[in-house]
Write a protein that binds this ligand. Sequence first.
Ligand code: SAM
Length: 263
Amino acid sequence: MTDRLSRIARGWDQAADGYVAYFVPRFAPWVAAAVEALETLPDGPILVPCCGTFPEAELLLERFPGRELAGIDLSAGMVERARERLGQRVTVVQGDANILDARWSRACAAVVSAFGLQQLPEPEAAIRSWTDALRPGGRLSVVYWPENTEDDGPFAAVAKAIGERSDYSWEDRLLDGLDAVVERDEFVAYPMTHPDAATYFDTSNHGGSMRALALARGDDYIAQLRQRYLEQAPAGEWTHHPRARLIVVRKPPSRAAAAPPTS
Ligand SMILES: C[S@@+](CC[C@H](N)C(=O)[O-])C[C@H]1O[C@@H](n2cnc3c(N)ncnc32)[C@H](O)[C@@H]1O
């Protein structure tokens, strides 16, 4: 595992409890949108890369009763909590979901992933690998945080305080040459409320994706970042409307299934 990947894994191990308490309920509308976007599916299992504690599971089981569900996550802490929460109802594997192992090739009725893609080392390769995992007629539904989630709000304020741009050029190329029909590619926004600016920052640091940054740069860096962020933040409760990108693609049905009956 690369240093970056092991830091991300460690970050999510440390963040898991805080993430479940604070972010899972706030991110729930987008997770529901990703699941609702799956229409009819062929037979077969549903795979959830970057499942975390697997909040997708209950929604998927309700929508597609009796389906086999499998999740993959890099963080041992997340995997342990998902297994504790869901027991025998799902299989959860610890591993890197960037390139799926060959056993998933053309095996799945659907692949669903929420808020993992933007953290992967190679998002373009990941989306290809996830599409390759689909059976004919199967659907991939992915929701992720793009580079530009909002013009103002705490996500934008943290990005401004960091002041460095990560490379998001992959976003423009994400769907190029994909072996599937793009059914949806849109931004989906919902309101999200934080008790105040400091609570959002501190929870991101201890219970969110900022944990990996803290491990990389240290507590002094995070303390200075917090100060720069709070200088531009409003007082009191903070509601914003961040946009996530929702992509749904469908693998073409097999020719035999698509052909009209002959008699
Ligand atoms: C923001 S959480 C989302 C979890 C869950 N889908 C949800 O909506 O609550 C992102 C998850 O992606 C996982 N992750 C990050 N990089 C990964 C990788 N390369 N392979 C598998 N999982 C990864 C993290 O461990 C974390 O659990």
